[in-house]
Design a protein around this ligand. Structure first.
Ligand SMILES: [Zn+2]
Length: 582
């Protein structure tokens, strides 16, 4: 079918969903949204969703430019509705500066006792969400030295939450976009980042799922939409399988389909991981062809499976009810505390039996391995691929946020070194380099086990709380022998945390896309298929990077505002472990 004709068929299928091509139809497409897509509005307008998708198709068919080449301005007045103020107005996110082992220990203990939502942490700071009226209780558990060593990350949490939902103004910009026929070059020939309207905002499932179907139907030669199974609430967990060897049948025992898996959305509130997974897939699919030889080689040699929303129930819940929800949504033994942390539920190294678990906590591991439906689905699907479809997983990237880090196995313990540690570190450093060279944002590299709940006392080698088991990272690395498995924590480093503004969607996607391209070049070179004169070019070049800096976009890391002398503190007798909620 000719591309334009096919686009029209897709367009018709969007306007009239009953004509839709036979691809998985997630049940949640029936959930619809409203101008700001925010919770608790009653004026559902599904037509608006389809209008936006339709507009995107029209732009592509007639090569029209988007109304603006940049995401909508994020100038916001203090206009969060009352129900946002009711839910989040009493909360603050505080960054505590840690200066001693005692401070670290008491802060970790207090957070556990009060069941506080610990967002992220490093060996110098810990971010904690706490209700204002809980502050006296928290302070009562902390040493006096911590009473004045914290700063709020966001001055208005309710507003920051509200600002992450799409705006009505951005919707109206989309509405106008296709009626302004300014002549331009074809979207297929643009060399810059993709300008798909999809990436101007974070998108709910009701837009994500039809968009995935659209991509698959527009590029049938190298994209296919599959469902790896159904979530606890019965939603499909969709995946885009990208590559040109869809019909390839491996020959012989030593031949296999080499596959990279990239997943996002395991933790519901980490929206940037959903958009970034989608962005990488979109960039590869639309750039396949002679103008992008690296993309073409990658897709000709490997299958890439993108799972943008591993936790669709939790993700949907962040759009309808609670923006800061983290787990899935299945019931637990405690009726008023649903949800299991998918990334603590995988079989390998599962550690939910250690007694520190509580169904009401944000990282509840369930009552046994694979208790989270979505973890079991991914596990079964992946095992079936290797056992029955002759697939070899060569790389796995599990996208999360925030803190800008590339983490390699193991997560469940620091006591066991991964067998190919040197290779893991080399590629991790390469990935971090690609991230940095694209937009100038620094990504750290370390073992995932360093992301434990709190700190260890070097003098006694006693861990205060253990490493985190049951991760998808360890499952792919250990059980599926995926040699290059990483968990990547995307932007930012705490200015917005999980509430990253939409203006970061495209640049974060672009730096992750460059990292995947680098990984592809490294894998191809390593297989002897392609040689590079300069190994430095595998991960990018210095000249290619720093786009954000050139454009005047600079990181506003809260860490930067601390005094230099504070950064030099290096307590000799302890090592503060990172308490992270990945
Ligand atoms: Zn996470």
């Amino acid at each position: 079918m000719a591309p334009v004709l096919q686009s029209i068929v897709v367009l018709l299928s969007l306007v009239s969903p009953s004509i839709c091509v036979s691809l998985p139809t997630p049940e949640s497409t029936e959930v619809s949204h409203h101008p700001r897509h925010a919770p608790h509005f009653s004026d559902d307008r599904p037509i608006g969703v389809f209008r936006r998708l339709r507009n995107a198709v029209i732009e592509k068919i007639w090569s029209l430019p988007p109304k603006s080449s940049h995401p909508p301005s994020s100038v916001h007045l203090s206009n969060a509705p009352q129900h946002f103020r009711t839910r989040y107005g009493n909360d603050v996110v505080l960054r505590f500066r840690i200066r001693s082992a005692d401070e670290a220990k008491t802060l970790a203990d207090a957070a556990a006792i009060l069941l506080l939502d610990v967002w992220e942490g490093t060996d110098e700071w810990v971010d904690i969400r706490v209700a204002k009226d809980m502050l006296p209780s928290l302070m009562g558990l902390l040493p006096s030295s911590l009473h004045d060593s914290y700063t709020p990350l966001m001055h208005d949490l309710a507003q920051a939450v509200f600002d992450t939902y799409p705006t009505s103004s951005s919707t109206s910009e989309h509405d106008q976009a296709w009626v302004s026929p300014v002549p331009t070059h074809s979207w297929k020939s643009t060399s810059g980042p993709p300008q798909d309207l999809f990436f101007h905002d974070y998108q709910p499932l009701s837009v994500l799922y039809p968009w995935l179907r659209l991509i698959a139907s527009l590029f049938p030669t190298h994209a296919e939409l599959i469902s790896i199974g159904k979530s606890a609430e019965g939603r499909d967990i969709p995946a885009l399988r990208i590559g040109t060897q869809k019909d390839y049948i491996p020959q012989g025992d030593h031949d296999s389909r080499q596959t990279l898996v990239i997943s996002g959305g395991s933790h519901a509130r980490e929206w940037i991981s959903v958009s970034t997974t989608s962005y990488i897939a979109y960039s590869l699919v639309t750039r396949y062809g002679h103008r992008y030889p690296h993309v073409t080689k990658l897709l000709d040699h490997f299958d890439l499976v993108f799972i943008p929303a591993l936790n669709p129930d939790g993700y949907e819940y962040t759009w309808t009810t609670d923006r800061l929800w983290r787990k899935n949504r299945q019931s637990t033994d405690i009726p008023f505390c649903p949800g299991i942390d998918i990334d603590r539920s995988f079989d390998f190294g599962w550690d939910g039996h250690t007694g520190r678990d509580n169904a009401c906590s944000d990282d509840y591991a369930g009552t046994g391995p694979l208790g989270a439906v979505e973890a079991r689905i991914l596990s079964d699907w992946a095992r079936n691929q290797t056992e029955n479809n002759n697939v070899t997983f060569v790389a796995y990237l599990d996208l999360h946020s925030y803190s800008q880090e590339v983490l390699y196995p193991y997560s469940y313990t620091c006591d066991v070194q991964p067998p190919n540690l040197e290779d893991l570190e080399e590629v991790a450093i390469g990935l971090a380099k690609s991230f940095r060279l694209t937009n100038g944002h620094y990504y750290g590299v370390e073992s995932a086990c360093e992301g434990s709940i709190t700190f260890k006392d070097k003098a006694t080698s006693k861990r205060m709380q253990g490493e985190q088991g049951g991760s998808a990272l360890d499952f792919f690395y250990h059980d599926l022998q995926t040699k290059f498995a990483y968990q990547i924590k995307l932007r930012d480093t705490g200015t917005y945390g999980f509430l990253l503004p939409r203006s970061h969607i495209v640049p974060t996607g672009e730096e992750a896309y460059e990292a995947v391209l680098g990984l592809g070049r490294w894998l191809l070179g390593n297989h002897g298929i392609e040689k590079f004169d300069d190994l430095n070019e595998v991960w990018g070049t210095e000249e290619a990077g720093m786009k954000d800096q050139e454009q005047g976009i600079v990181s506003q890391d809260p860490v930067d505002v601390y005094d230099k002398e504070d950064e030099d503190i290096d307590p000799p007798s302890f090592e503060l472990r990172r308490r992270r909620r990945r």
